[in-house]
Ligand binder design. Structure first.
Ligand SMILES: *Cc1c(COP(=O)(O)O)cnc(C)c1O
Ligand SMILES: [Zn+2]
Length: 545
Protein backbone atom coordinates (compact mmCIF):
# COMPACT_ATOMS: atom_id res chain seq x y z
CA UNK A 1 0.00 0.00 0.00
CA UNK A 2 3.05 2.28 0.19
CA UNK A 3 2.40 5.15 -2.15
CA UNK A 4 3.82 8.51 -3.09
CA UNK A 5 2.04 11.62 -1.91
CA UNK A 6 3.13 15.18 -2.54
CA UNK A 7 2.45 18.22 -0.42
CA UNK A 8 1.57 21.40 -2.30
CA UNK A 9 1.22 24.98 -1.21
CA UNK A 10 -1.68 26.49 -3.15
CA UNK A 11 -0.49 29.93 -2.28
CA UNK A 12 3.01 29.92 -3.81
CA UNK A 13 3.32 26.63 -5.66
CA UNK A 14 5.95 25.11 -3.37
CA UNK A 15 5.86 21.31 -3.35
CA UNK A 16 7.58 18.39 -1.65
CA UNK A 17 7.27 14.63 -1.24
CA UNK A 18 5.21 13.79 1.88
CA UNK A 19 7.23 12.32 4.71
CA UNK A 20 5.45 13.74 7.72
CA UNK A 21 2.95 16.51 8.42
CA UNK A 22 4.34 20.03 8.21
CA UNK A 23 2.95 23.13 9.84
CA UNK A 24 3.68 25.85 7.31
CA UNK A 25 4.87 26.23 3.78
CA UNK A 26 8.64 26.80 4.20
CA UNK A 27 8.59 29.14 1.25
CA UNK A 28 5.66 31.52 1.96
CA UNK A 29 4.48 30.53 5.44
CA UNK A 30 0.90 29.66 4.40
CA UNK A 31 -0.59 27.26 6.93
CA UNK A 32 -2.88 25.16 4.75
CA UNK A 33 -1.08 22.50 2.75
CA UNK A 34 -2.71 20.24 0.18
CA UNK A 35 -1.94 16.55 -0.38
CA UNK A 36 -1.62 15.39 -3.99
CA UNK A 37 -1.78 11.81 -5.28
CA UNK A 38 -0.89 10.14 -8.52
CA UNK A 39 -4.38 10.18 -10.01
CA UNK A 40 -3.19 9.06 -13.47
CA UNK A 41 -2.05 5.75 -12.02
CA UNK A 42 -5.43 5.23 -10.31
CA UNK A 43 -7.25 6.12 -13.48
CA UNK A 44 -5.24 3.58 -15.44
CA UNK A 45 -5.99 0.93 -12.78
CA UNK A 46 -9.73 1.49 -13.16
CA UNK A 47 -10.02 2.54 -9.54
CA UNK A 48 -13.81 2.50 -9.29
CA UNK A 49 -13.98 -1.18 -10.14
CA UNK A 50 -11.34 -1.88 -7.48
CA UNK A 51 -13.25 -0.11 -4.74
CA UNK A 52 -16.53 -1.76 -5.67
CA UNK A 53 -15.06 -5.06 -4.50
CA UNK A 54 -14.25 -3.68 -1.05
CA UNK A 55 -16.48 -3.42 1.99
CA UNK A 56 -18.20 -0.11 2.68
CA UNK A 57 -16.48 2.48 4.82
CA UNK A 58 -13.89 5.18 4.65
CA UNK A 59 -10.86 2.95 4.13
CA UNK A 60 -12.18 1.49 0.87
CA UNK A 61 -10.71 4.69 -0.61
CA UNK A 62 -7.29 4.18 1.03
CA UNK A 63 -5.34 5.02 -2.13
CA UNK A 64 -6.47 8.62 -1.66
CA UNK A 65 -5.77 8.83 2.07
CA UNK A 66 -2.43 9.85 3.62
CA UNK A 67 -1.48 6.52 5.21
CA UNK A 68 1.34 4.32 3.96
CA UNK A 69 0.96 1.05 5.82
CA UNK A 70 -2.42 -0.61 6.37
CA UNK A 71 -1.18 -1.95 9.72
CA UNK A 72 -1.37 1.62 11.04
CA UNK A 73 -5.04 2.07 10.28
CA UNK A 74 -7.18 2.66 13.37
CA UNK A 75 -10.77 1.94 12.42
CA UNK A 76 -14.20 1.32 13.93
CA UNK A 77 -16.25 1.04 10.75
CA UNK A 78 -16.48 4.80 10.18
CA UNK A 79 -17.81 6.14 6.88
CA UNK A 80 -20.17 4.27 4.59
CA UNK A 81 -23.10 6.22 6.03
CA UNK A 82 -26.41 6.11 4.15
CA UNK A 83 -27.62 8.75 1.73
CA UNK A 84 -31.29 9.03 2.66
CA UNK A 85 -33.95 10.52 0.39
CA UNK A 86 -35.77 12.97 2.69
CA UNK A 87 -39.19 12.78 1.09
CA UNK A 88 -41.26 14.65 3.63
CA UNK A 89 -38.80 17.46 4.22
CA UNK A 90 -38.26 17.61 0.47
CA UNK A 91 -41.98 17.90 -0.16
CA UNK A 92 -42.24 20.59 2.49
CA UNK A 93 -39.56 22.59 0.68
CA UNK A 94 -40.66 21.70 -2.82
CA UNK A 95 -37.37 19.85 -3.45
CA UNK A 96 -37.60 16.60 -5.40
CA UNK A 97 -34.09 15.38 -4.71
CA UNK A 98 -33.22 16.27 -1.15
CA UNK A 99 -30.80 13.77 0.35
CA UNK A 100 -29.53 13.50 3.89
CA UNK A 101 -25.99 12.22 4.23
CA UNK A 102 -26.56 10.64 7.61
CA UNK A 103 -23.28 11.16 9.41
CA UNK A 104 -25.00 10.55 12.74
CA UNK A 105 -24.56 6.87 11.98
CA UNK A 106 -20.82 6.85 12.61
CA UNK A 107 -19.20 5.29 15.69
CA UNK A 108 -19.33 8.50 17.74
CA UNK A 109 -22.27 10.15 16.01
CA UNK A 110 -20.69 12.87 13.87
CA UNK A 111 -18.57 13.18 10.74
CA UNK A 112 -15.59 13.83 13.02
CA UNK A 113 -15.27 10.02 13.11
CA UNK A 114 -13.71 10.25 9.68
CA UNK A 115 -11.24 12.88 10.79
CA UNK A 116 -10.39 10.93 13.94
CA UNK A 117 -9.82 7.66 12.11
CA UNK A 118 -7.41 9.25 9.62
CA UNK A 119 -5.71 11.62 12.11
CA UNK A 120 -5.15 8.95 14.77
CA UNK A 121 -3.88 6.52 12.09
CA UNK A 122 -1.39 9.18 10.94
CA UNK A 123 -0.26 9.63 14.56
CA UNK A 124 0.23 5.89 14.88
CA UNK A 125 2.24 5.84 11.66
CA UNK A 126 4.44 8.63 12.99
CA UNK A 127 4.93 6.91 16.35
CA UNK A 128 3.17 9.68 18.30
CA UNK A 129 1.88 8.48 21.69
CA UNK A 130 0.47 11.67 23.19
CA UNK A 131 -1.50 14.48 21.58
CA UNK A 132 -3.43 17.68 22.31
CA UNK A 133 -6.66 18.88 20.63
CA UNK A 134 -8.90 21.87 21.12
CA UNK A 135 -12.52 21.11 20.41
CA UNK A 136 -16.10 22.31 20.66
CA UNK A 137 -17.12 18.75 21.46
CA UNK A 138 -17.44 16.40 18.53
CA UNK A 139 -13.76 16.31 17.54
CA UNK A 140 -12.75 15.53 21.10
CA UNK A 141 -15.33 12.75 21.40
CA UNK A 142 -14.21 11.13 18.16
CA UNK A 143 -10.48 11.56 18.82
CA UNK A 144 -10.88 10.19 22.34
CA UNK A 145 -12.52 7.00 21.12
CA UNK A 146 -9.91 6.36 18.44
CA UNK A 147 -6.99 7.41 20.63
CA UNK A 148 -8.17 4.94 23.26
CA UNK A 149 -8.03 2.16 20.67
CA UNK A 150 -4.61 3.23 19.49
CA UNK A 151 -3.20 3.59 23.01
CA UNK A 152 -2.50 7.30 22.47
CA UNK A 153 -2.86 9.62 25.45
CA UNK A 154 -5.07 12.60 24.62
CA UNK A 155 -5.57 16.04 26.10
CA UNK A 156 -8.77 17.91 25.13
CA UNK A 157 -9.22 21.65 25.63
CA UNK A 158 -12.80 22.96 25.61
CA UNK A 159 -14.14 26.53 25.39
CA UNK A 160 -17.26 27.82 27.18
CA UNK A 161 -20.72 26.49 26.35
CA UNK A 162 -19.80 22.98 25.32
CA UNK A 163 -22.60 20.77 26.70
CA UNK A 164 -21.46 18.92 29.82
CA UNK A 165 -22.72 15.61 28.50
CA UNK A 166 -20.23 15.83 25.64
CA UNK A 167 -17.34 16.60 27.97
CA UNK A 168 -18.33 13.70 30.22
CA UNK A 169 -18.23 11.34 27.27
CA UNK A 170 -14.70 12.52 26.49
CA UNK A 171 -13.60 11.89 30.08
CA UNK A 172 -15.13 8.43 29.93
CA UNK A 173 -12.68 7.47 27.19
CA UNK A 174 -9.81 8.41 29.50
CA UNK A 175 -8.92 11.74 27.90
CA UNK A 176 -7.50 14.51 30.10
CA UNK A 177 -10.09 17.30 30.06
CA UNK A 178 -9.18 20.98 30.33
CA UNK A 179 -12.04 23.48 30.41
CA UNK A 180 -11.03 26.96 29.30
CA UNK A 181 -13.18 29.91 30.33
CA UNK A 182 -13.14 31.66 26.99
CA UNK A 183 -13.91 31.35 23.30
CA UNK A 184 -12.99 28.49 21.00
CA UNK A 185 -10.28 30.60 19.36
CA UNK A 186 -8.79 31.24 22.81
CA UNK A 187 -8.99 27.57 23.75
CA UNK A 188 -7.04 26.73 20.58
CA UNK A 189 -4.28 29.16 21.48
CA UNK A 190 -4.01 27.82 25.03
CA UNK A 191 -3.99 24.23 23.80
CA UNK A 192 -1.26 24.98 21.26
CA UNK A 193 0.87 26.73 23.89
CA UNK A 194 0.39 23.89 26.34
CA UNK A 195 1.42 21.34 23.69
CA UNK A 196 4.48 23.35 22.79
CA UNK A 197 5.59 23.82 26.38
CA UNK A 198 5.17 20.11 27.11
CA UNK A 199 6.66 18.93 23.84
CA UNK A 200 3.42 17.12 22.94
CA UNK A 201 2.05 16.76 19.40
CA UNK A 202 -0.65 19.36 18.69
CA UNK A 203 -3.41 18.40 16.26
CA UNK A 204 -4.07 21.38 14.01
CA UNK A 205 -7.60 20.37 13.05
CA UNK A 206 -8.64 21.77 9.71
CA UNK A 207 -5.10 22.80 8.96
CA UNK A 208 -3.87 19.24 9.18
CA UNK A 209 -3.61 17.11 6.09
CA UNK A 210 -5.39 14.21 7.79
CA UNK A 211 -8.53 16.23 8.49
CA UNK A 212 -9.02 17.62 5.02
CA UNK A 213 -8.22 14.29 3.37
CA UNK A 214 -10.66 12.39 5.57
CA UNK A 215 -13.54 14.67 4.52
CA UNK A 216 -13.01 13.78 0.85
CA UNK A 217 -14.51 10.39 1.58
CA UNK A 218 -17.90 12.07 2.12
CA UNK A 219 -17.70 13.19 -1.52
CA UNK A 220 -16.59 9.75 -2.72
CA UNK A 221 -19.54 8.09 -0.99
CA UNK A 222 -22.08 10.63 -2.26
CA UNK A 223 -20.85 10.25 -5.84
CA UNK A 224 -20.87 6.47 -5.62
CA UNK A 225 -24.39 6.42 -4.12
CA UNK A 226 -25.71 8.78 -6.81
CA UNK A 227 -24.33 6.43 -9.50
CA UNK A 228 -21.07 8.33 -10.04
CA UNK A 229 -22.42 11.80 -10.34
CA UNK A 230 -22.10 14.98 -8.33
CA UNK A 231 -25.10 16.67 -6.71
CA UNK A 232 -25.89 20.29 -7.54
CA UNK A 233 -25.40 21.39 -3.94
CA UNK A 234 -23.62 20.26 -0.83
CA UNK A 235 -25.04 21.96 2.27
CA UNK A 236 -23.40 22.10 5.69
CA UNK A 237 -23.30 24.12 8.87
CA UNK A 238 -19.75 25.40 9.10
CA UNK A 239 -17.46 26.38 11.89
CA UNK A 240 -13.87 26.03 10.69
CA UNK A 241 -14.90 24.97 7.20
CA UNK A 242 -12.97 21.73 7.07
CA UNK A 243 -15.93 19.62 5.93
CA UNK A 244 -16.83 21.58 2.80
CA UNK A 245 -13.19 22.18 1.83
CA UNK A 246 -12.46 18.46 2.03
CA UNK A 247 -15.67 17.52 0.22
CA UNK A 248 -14.90 19.88 -2.66
CA UNK A 249 -11.34 18.56 -2.88
CA UNK A 250 -12.85 15.07 -3.04
CA UNK A 251 -15.09 15.99 -5.95
CA UNK A 252 -12.18 17.67 -7.72
CA UNK A 253 -10.19 14.45 -7.50
CA UNK A 254 -13.16 12.45 -8.80
CA UNK A 255 -13.44 14.83 -11.71
CA UNK A 256 -9.75 14.40 -12.52
CA UNK A 257 -10.31 10.64 -12.35
CA UNK A 258 -13.14 11.04 -14.87
CA UNK A 259 -15.73 9.67 -12.42
CA UNK A 260 -17.93 12.76 -12.16
CA UNK A 261 -18.36 15.54 -14.69
CA UNK A 262 -18.47 18.48 -12.32
CA UNK A 263 -18.00 19.74 -8.78
CA UNK A 264 -21.07 20.75 -6.71
CA UNK A 265 -21.87 24.20 -5.45
CA UNK A 266 -21.53 24.85 -1.74
CA UNK A 267 -24.25 26.08 0.59
CA UNK A 268 -22.74 27.12 3.89
CA UNK A 269 -24.69 28.09 7.00
CA UNK A 270 -23.58 29.65 10.28
CA UNK A 271 -25.33 30.64 13.44
CA UNK A 272 -26.29 34.33 13.55
CA UNK A 273 -24.32 34.72 16.76
CA UNK A 274 -21.11 33.68 14.99
CA UNK A 275 -21.30 34.14 11.23
CA UNK A 276 -18.04 35.66 9.99
CA UNK A 277 -18.01 33.61 6.79
CA UNK A 278 -21.63 34.39 5.93
CA UNK A 279 -21.07 38.10 6.43
CA UNK A 280 -17.93 38.03 4.31
CA UNK A 281 -19.37 35.97 1.47
CA UNK A 282 -22.54 38.02 1.19
CA UNK A 283 -20.43 41.18 1.02
CA UNK A 284 -18.12 39.55 -1.50
CA UNK A 285 -15.09 39.88 0.76
CA UNK A 286 -12.28 37.38 0.16
CA UNK A 287 -11.17 37.75 3.78
CA UNK A 288 -13.52 37.37 6.75
CA UNK A 289 -13.62 39.74 9.69
CA UNK A 290 -13.26 37.64 12.87
CA UNK A 291 -16.08 37.59 15.43
CA UNK A 292 -14.32 38.08 18.73
CA UNK A 293 -17.15 37.21 21.05
CA UNK A 294 -19.56 34.73 19.55
CA UNK A 295 -23.02 35.00 21.10
CA UNK A 296 -24.48 31.75 19.81
CA UNK A 297 -25.13 29.04 22.38
CA UNK A 298 -24.30 26.48 19.71
CA UNK A 299 -20.69 25.77 20.62
CA UNK A 300 -20.18 23.39 17.69
CA UNK A 301 -20.32 26.34 15.32
CA UNK A 302 -18.32 28.89 17.28
CA UNK A 303 -15.13 29.41 15.28
CA UNK A 304 -14.91 33.21 15.40
CA UNK A 305 -11.79 33.53 13.28
CA UNK A 306 -11.91 31.31 10.18
CA UNK A 307 -8.57 32.58 8.89
CA UNK A 308 -7.27 31.13 5.63
CA UNK A 309 -9.94 28.43 5.52
CA UNK A 310 -12.50 31.04 4.56
CA UNK A 311 -10.35 32.25 1.69
CA UNK A 312 -10.21 28.71 0.33
CA UNK A 313 -13.97 28.39 0.69
CA UNK A 314 -14.49 31.76 -0.95
CA UNK A 315 -12.46 30.67 -3.98
CA UNK A 316 -14.34 27.38 -4.21
CA UNK A 317 -17.74 29.06 -3.93
CA UNK A 318 -16.79 31.59 -6.58
CA UNK A 319 -15.64 28.82 -8.87
CA UNK A 320 -18.39 26.23 -8.39
CA UNK A 321 -21.30 28.27 -7.05
CA UNK A 322 -22.00 29.28 -3.48
CA UNK A 323 -24.79 30.33 -1.16
CA UNK A 324 -24.30 31.60 2.38
CA UNK A 325 -27.05 31.91 5.00
CA UNK A 326 -27.30 32.34 8.72
CA UNK A 327 -30.05 31.34 11.13
CA UNK A 328 -30.72 32.17 14.75
CA UNK A 329 -30.42 29.77 17.66
CA UNK A 330 -34.22 29.92 18.06
CA UNK A 331 -34.74 28.99 14.43
CA UNK A 332 -32.36 26.11 14.97
CA UNK A 333 -34.29 24.75 17.94
CA UNK A 334 -37.54 25.01 16.03
CA UNK A 335 -35.99 23.27 13.03
CA UNK A 336 -34.70 20.46 15.25
CA UNK A 337 -38.30 19.64 16.06
CA UNK A 338 -39.37 19.87 12.42
CA UNK A 339 -36.64 17.50 11.20
CA UNK A 340 -37.44 14.99 13.92
CA UNK A 341 -41.19 15.07 13.43
CA UNK A 342 -41.29 15.28 9.62
CA UNK A 343 -38.69 12.67 8.70
CA UNK A 344 -37.58 10.98 11.92
CA UNK A 345 -34.18 12.67 11.93
CA UNK A 346 -33.01 13.84 15.33
CA UNK A 347 -29.99 16.15 15.17
CA UNK A 348 -27.92 18.47 17.30
CA UNK A 349 -28.55 22.22 16.89
CA UNK A 350 -25.47 22.75 14.69
CA UNK A 351 -27.16 20.61 12.05
CA UNK A 352 -30.55 22.22 12.62
CA UNK A 353 -28.99 25.65 11.99
CA UNK A 354 -27.83 24.31 8.66
CA UNK A 355 -31.28 23.03 7.79
CA UNK A 356 -32.85 26.34 8.82
CA UNK A 357 -30.37 27.95 6.40
CA UNK A 358 -31.35 25.52 3.66
CA UNK A 359 -35.01 26.51 4.12
CA UNK A 360 -34.00 30.13 3.52
CA UNK A 361 -31.93 29.23 0.44
CA UNK A 362 -35.01 27.58 -1.07
CA UNK A 363 -37.28 30.46 -0.05
CA UNK A 364 -34.93 32.92 -1.71
CA UNK A 365 -35.05 30.91 -4.91
CA UNK A 366 -31.35 30.10 -4.86
CA UNK A 367 -31.98 26.37 -4.89
CA UNK A 368 -34.37 25.08 -7.55
CA UNK A 369 -36.92 22.31 -7.15
CA UNK A 370 -35.08 19.95 -9.55
CA UNK A 371 -31.66 20.45 -7.98
CA UNK A 372 -29.98 17.48 -6.36
CA UNK A 373 -29.24 18.63 -2.83
CA UNK A 374 -27.14 16.72 -0.31
CA UNK A 375 -27.35 17.84 3.28
CA UNK A 376 -24.61 16.88 5.72
CA UNK A 377 -26.48 15.67 8.78
CA UNK A 378 -24.35 15.13 11.83
CA UNK A 379 -24.34 15.04 15.59
CA UNK A 380 -26.68 13.30 17.98
CA UNK A 381 -29.33 15.11 20.04
CA UNK A 382 -28.73 13.58 23.45
CA UNK A 383 -26.75 16.46 24.94
CA UNK A 384 -29.32 19.06 23.98
CA UNK A 385 -32.73 17.45 24.11
CA UNK A 386 -33.56 19.25 27.32
CA UNK A 387 -33.15 22.66 25.74
CA UNK A 388 -35.27 21.72 22.75
CA UNK A 389 -38.21 20.10 24.41
CA UNK A 390 -38.56 22.45 27.36
CA UNK A 391 -40.15 21.25 30.59
CA UNK A 392 -43.45 19.77 29.55
CA UNK A 393 -42.55 17.11 27.06
CA UNK A 394 -44.22 14.18 28.77
CA UNK A 395 -47.65 13.74 30.30
CA UNK A 396 -47.79 12.57 33.88
CA UNK A 397 -50.64 10.46 35.07
CA UNK A 398 -50.69 10.24 38.83
CA UNK A 399 -52.77 7.35 40.15
CA UNK A 400 -51.25 7.27 43.62
CA UNK A 401 -54.07 9.08 45.39
CA UNK A 402 -56.92 7.51 43.53
CA UNK A 403 -58.33 4.78 45.71
CA UNK A 404 -59.07 1.98 45.86
CA UNK A 405 -56.00 0.99 43.83
CA UNK A 406 -56.51 -2.69 42.91
CA UNK A 407 -58.86 -2.06 40.00
CA UNK A 408 -57.96 1.16 38.25
CA UNK A 409 -61.01 3.42 38.34
CA UNK A 410 -61.74 4.38 34.76
CA UNK A 411 -63.29 7.66 35.64
CA UNK A 412 -60.28 8.79 37.69
CA UNK A 413 -57.89 7.76 34.96
CA UNK A 414 -59.80 9.61 32.27
CA UNK A 415 -60.03 12.81 34.20
CA UNK A 416 -56.36 12.53 35.13
CA UNK A 417 -55.44 12.20 31.48
CA UNK A 418 -57.70 14.99 30.30
CA UNK A 419 -56.28 17.31 32.93
CA UNK A 420 -52.73 16.87 31.66
CA UNK A 421 -53.72 17.60 28.08
CA UNK A 422 -52.28 21.03 27.45
CA UNK A 423 -54.56 23.66 25.92
CA UNK A 424 -54.30 22.60 22.32
CA UNK A 425 -55.67 24.54 19.38
CA UNK A 426 -57.93 22.44 17.21
CA UNK A 427 -57.23 22.89 13.51
CA UNK A 428 -59.51 21.41 10.87
CA UNK A 429 -57.80 20.85 7.53
CA UNK A 430 -60.08 20.36 4.54
CA UNK A 431 -57.99 18.93 1.72
CA UNK A 432 -58.73 16.18 -0.81
CA UNK A 433 -55.16 15.46 -1.86
CA UNK A 434 -53.79 12.77 0.46
CA UNK A 435 -50.15 13.89 0.22
CA UNK A 436 -50.94 17.51 0.91
CA UNK A 437 -53.21 16.56 3.80
CA UNK A 438 -50.54 14.36 5.37
CA UNK A 439 -47.94 17.06 4.89
CA UNK A 440 -50.10 19.73 6.53
CA UNK A 441 -50.76 17.37 9.35
CA UNK A 442 -47.04 16.80 9.87
CA UNK A 443 -46.11 20.45 9.62
CA UNK A 444 -48.71 21.53 12.14
CA UNK A 445 -48.08 18.74 14.58
CA UNK A 446 -44.32 19.26 14.40
CA UNK A 447 -45.00 22.41 16.36
CA UNK A 448 -46.37 22.16 19.82
CA UNK A 449 -49.91 23.11 20.57
CA UNK A 450 -51.90 22.11 17.48
CA UNK A 451 -54.19 19.12 17.08
CA UNK A 452 -55.11 18.48 13.48
CA UNK A 453 -58.21 16.80 12.05
CA UNK A 454 -58.43 16.10 8.33
CA UNK A 455 -61.56 16.24 6.18
CA UNK A 456 -61.26 15.01 2.60
CA UNK A 457 -63.93 17.11 0.94
CA UNK A 458 -66.21 20.04 1.58
CA UNK A 459 -69.17 17.97 2.80
CA UNK A 460 -67.07 16.18 5.40
CA UNK A 461 -65.43 19.50 6.26
CA UNK A 462 -68.78 21.16 6.95
CA UNK A 463 -69.98 18.24 9.07
CA UNK A 464 -66.79 18.20 11.16
CA UNK A 465 -66.74 21.98 11.52
CA UNK A 466 -70.25 21.91 12.97
CA UNK A 467 -69.40 19.02 15.28
CA UNK A 468 -66.00 20.03 16.63
CA UNK A 469 -66.09 23.85 16.40
CA UNK A 470 -62.37 24.08 15.64
CA UNK A 471 -60.25 27.13 16.48
CA UNK A 472 -59.22 27.39 12.84
CA UNK A 473 -60.07 25.94 9.43
CA UNK A 474 -57.44 25.55 6.71
CA UNK A 475 -59.17 24.74 3.44
CA UNK A 476 -58.29 23.85 -0.11
CA UNK A 477 -60.43 25.36 -2.88
CA UNK A 478 -60.56 22.70 -5.56
CA UNK A 479 -62.28 19.63 -4.12
CA UNK A 480 -64.86 17.11 -5.28
CA UNK A 481 -68.50 17.21 -4.12
CA UNK A 482 -68.59 20.53 -2.30
CA UNK A 483 -65.66 22.78 -3.23
CA UNK A 484 -63.92 25.32 -0.99
CA UNK A 485 -66.02 28.25 -2.17
CA UNK A 486 -69.26 26.49 -1.33
CA UNK A 487 -67.86 25.29 1.98
CA UNK A 488 -66.86 28.80 3.00
CA UNK A 489 -70.24 30.18 2.03
CA UNK A 490 -71.97 27.48 4.08
CA UNK A 491 -69.73 28.08 7.11
CA UNK A 492 -70.36 31.81 7.03
CA UNK A 493 -74.13 31.34 6.67
CA UNK A 494 -74.31 29.20 9.83
CA UNK A 495 -74.29 31.13 13.13
CA UNK A 496 -72.58 28.17 14.84
CA UNK A 497 -69.54 28.29 12.53
CA UNK A 498 -69.70 31.88 11.39
CA UNK A 499 -66.83 33.12 13.57
CA UNK A 500 -64.26 30.38 12.94
CA UNK A 501 -61.27 31.91 11.15
CA UNK A 502 -60.41 30.44 7.74
CA UNK A 503 -57.13 30.20 5.85
CA UNK A 504 -57.39 29.25 2.21
CA UNK A 505 -54.79 27.22 0.34
CA UNK A 506 -54.79 27.65 -3.38
CA UNK A 507 -52.82 26.00 -6.14
CA UNK A 508 -53.47 28.63 -8.80
CA UNK A 509 -53.97 32.33 -9.29
CA UNK A 510 -57.61 33.20 -8.61
CA UNK A 511 -59.79 34.98 -11.16
CA UNK A 512 -61.28 38.35 -10.12
CA UNK A 513 -64.70 36.67 -9.83
CA UNK A 514 -63.28 33.99 -7.52
CA UNK A 515 -61.55 36.61 -5.40
CA UNK A 516 -64.85 38.40 -5.12
CA UNK A 517 -66.51 35.26 -3.79
CA UNK A 518 -63.94 35.03 -0.98
CA UNK A 519 -63.70 38.72 -0.13
CA UNK A 520 -64.44 39.47 3.50
CA UNK A 521 -64.97 35.80 4.30
CA UNK A 522 -61.46 34.50 4.83
CA UNK A 523 -58.56 35.54 7.01
CA UNK A 524 -55.69 34.82 4.66
CA UNK A 525 -54.67 32.94 1.59
CA UNK A 526 -51.58 30.88 0.86
CA UNK A 527 -50.10 29.59 -2.36
CA UNK A 528 -49.97 25.78 -2.31
CA UNK A 529 -47.28 23.50 -3.65
CA UNK A 530 -44.17 25.06 -2.30
CA UNK A 531 -45.65 26.43 0.88
CA UNK A 532 -43.03 26.56 3.50
CA UNK A 533 -43.38 25.76 7.04
CA UNK A 534 -42.59 29.26 8.19
CA UNK A 535 -45.17 31.01 6.02
CA UNK A 536 -47.93 28.63 6.86
CA UNK A 537 -47.20 28.60 10.51
CA UNK A 538 -46.85 32.34 10.78
CA UNK A 539 -50.24 32.81 9.13
CA UNK A 540 -51.77 30.31 11.47
CA UNK A 541 -50.26 31.93 14.54
CA UNK A 542 -51.34 35.37 13.35
CA UNK A 543 -54.84 34.16 12.62
CA UNK A 544 -55.27 32.49 15.98
CA UNK A 545 -54.03 35.48 17.98
C1 LIG B 1 -17.66 19.96 13.26
C2 LIG B 1 -19.07 20.13 12.98
C3 LIG B 1 -19.51 21.17 12.15
C4 LIG B 1 -18.57 22.17 11.54
O1 LIG B 1 -17.74 21.58 10.64
P1 LIG B 1 -16.56 22.28 9.84
O2 LIG B 1 -16.58 21.60 8.53
O3 LIG B 1 -15.33 22.03 10.61
O4 LIG B 1 -16.84 23.73 9.72
C5 LIG B 1 -20.86 21.26 11.89
N1 LIG B 1 -21.74 20.39 12.42
C6 LIG B 1 -21.36 19.38 13.23
C7 LIG B 1 -22.39 18.49 13.81
C8 LIG B 1 -20.01 19.22 13.54
O5 LIG B 1 -19.64 18.22 14.33
ZN1 LIG C 1 3.77 28.63 0.01
Amino acid sequence: MIKQIWLDCKNCGWSTLYEEPIKNCPSCGDDIIYARYDLDVLRAQNWQSLIQQRKPGLWRYHELLPIKKSANIVTMGEGGTPLIHAENLGRMLGLKYLYIKDERQGPTGSFKDRQASVAISVMKELGIDEAVVASTGNVAIAYSAYAARAGIKLWAFFPDRVPNDKIREVALYGTEVVNVTGTYDQAKTIAANFAKSQGIYYDRGIKSIAAMESMKTIAFEIAEDLGWRAPDWFIQGVSGGMGPIGVIKGFEELRTLGLVDRVPGLGIVQSEGCAPMIEAFNNDWAVAVPVEHPTTVIATLSTGNPGRAYQLLYDMMKQYGGIAESASDEEAFDTTRIMARMDGISVEPATAVAFAGLIKMVQRGKIKSDDIVVFNCSGHTFPVEKAILGEEWARQVDLSNISPTPSVPTKGLLSAVSKVRSPIRQVLVVEDNEDSARLLHRILESHQGYAVTIAHNGVEGLRLARKMKPDLIVSDLMMPEMDGFQLIEALKADTETHDIPIIVLTAKELTPAERQRLAGRIDSMLQKGSFLNDDLLQQIIDTLN
